[in-house]
Design a protein around this ligand. Structure first.
Ligand SMILES: O=P(O)(O)OC[C@@H](O)[C@@H](O)c1c[nH]c2ccccc12
Length: 269
């Protein structure tokens, strides 16, 4: 049972829902990312999704695309992201980490080396949104051998695939709340609650929801039926808007506190 499993088990025993923020590593720079991860933990985050910036983020909306562009200026890659996880641990962060990356950077890195280093860097989970179906069995196996859960995404339109995805999942099942790309939303897929309940009939694993969640009310709505709530773009936008403070030595702490306060709204009691 890895740290992410332990976290979900503890939260479930307390009838709580995991708050799972996403941020792009290296946005606006690595040192600031480490400081922000410390704030995410202080804000009540339970697991952190560490996003590897990518030049062609097909599933991402404009907010995360901009974050990726800012991070890529610092030549952030998978190895830098793993090193960032170590720096966050050294800063005292106890949270489990999920590495979020598109598939191409993993292939460039080399599959064997990738999983060996994930294990060495104590990464608990992995999300690869564009993993080709025909290659997923091998990657699942390599991940489990390395003690890492490859978390699958399931969308409301995955109909006939929901059973196979959910029943073979590891770690947790990531339900996508809407069609399209990431980005804050005012509304979600019609019947999203029914979709979540349907996914839960196929797995005993935790079920988390993501895509579009941008307010405490939306997070609380989903916390009633999910084991985890993922928030990305809303937090990445908050980081983007706070960059002027974060890059001003006099006002950096003020900026970090603003991020902490913003994120704390998503933690449901
Ligand atoms: O940004 P949103 O709408 O809050 O959605 C979470 C999302 O950021 C994160 O889980 C993620 C970032 N990029 C992705 C691409 C595909 C699936 C999921 C993601």
């Amino acid at each position: 049972m890895n740290l992410m499993d332990q976290t979900f088990t503890r939260l479930k025993s307390n009838d709580q829902t995991a708050l799972i923020p996403f941020l792009t590593i290296g946005d606006p720079d690595i040192e600031t990312t480490v400081d922000i991860i410390v704030e995410l933990e202080a804000a009540g985050a339970d697991i952190v999704e560490l996003g590897v910036p990518y030049s062609d983020p097909l599933a991402d909306g404009p907010v995360i695309q901009r974050a990726s562009q800012r991070a890529l200026k610092h030549k952030v890659n998978i190895r830098t992201c793993m090193e960032t996880a170590v720096k966050a641990r050294s800063a005292g962060v106890k949270l489990p980490f999920i590495l979020f990356t598109y598939y191409n950077p993993v292939l460039q890195f080399g599959l064997d080396q990738f999983f060996a280093e994930l294990n060495a860097h104590e990464i608990s989970g992995l999300i690869i949104p564009d993993l080709p179906i025909e290659e997923s069995a091998d990657i699942y196996r390599m991940a489990e051998t390395a003690g890492i859960h490859l978390v699958p995404l399931v969308a409301p339109t995955s109909d006939e695939r929901i059973a196979s995805i959910a029943s073979s999942a590891k770690g947790f099942v990531y339900c996508v709340s809407s069609l399209g790309v990431t980005g804050e939303r005012a509304s979600f897929f019609e019947g999203i609650e029914d979709f979540i309940q349907k996914v839960k009939t196929y797995t005993d694993l935790p079920v988390a929801i993501g895509f579009g969640i941008s307010s405490g009310e939306q997070a609380a709505r989903f916390a009633r039926i999910c084991d985890g709530v993922v928030v990305g773009s809303a937090i990445v936008r908050q980081i983007e808007e706070t960059i002027p403070l974060l890059q001003d030595a006099e006002r950096r702490q003020e900026g970090l506190l603003q991020i902490r306060n913003f994120v704390s709204q998503f933690k449901s009691e």
